[in-house]
Write a new protein. Structure first.
Length: 112
């Protein structure tokens, strides 16, 4: 069985910095092609995004990243092996620790 990874677009694959424009997707992050190429050797890669899927498809094609992606969705895949997202907190069974992470959370794009 092939494992699936879902990756968020904004803030992970692109240079999103908080200025959301529903008609424009920021440039790819440096190193994204190599990252996807490595993952694609062992995983099916799905894009998880709130964006218009047709716009995302055009962005992937324009940036020559489409060959690494098997699906684009607005729905999280419950069968994914892992989800990569710049706004995620990994729950490790400790509610107190998770609470602290939630109240102190800063998305990656605000730290650069």
């Amino acid at each position: 069985m092939v494992k699936t990874i879902q990756i968020d677009l904004d803030g992970v694959l692109n240079t999103y910095c908080g200025n959301y424009d529903e008609n424009k997707i920021s440039a790819p992050r440096k190193g994204v092609k190599e990252f996807l190429e490595k993952l694609a050797k062992n995983y099916q890669i799905e894009i998880f995004t709130v964006r218009n899927i047709a716009l995302v498809e055009k962005w992937l094609i324009k940036n020559k990243l489409d060959k690494y992606i098997t699906n684009i969705s607005n729905i999280k895949n419950p069968f994914s092996t892992v989800i990569i997202d710049d706004r995620a907190i990994r729950f490790d069974g400790n509610f107190d620790k998770t609470y602290e992470e939630v109240i102190n959370f800063i998305p990656h794009w605000k730290t650069t």
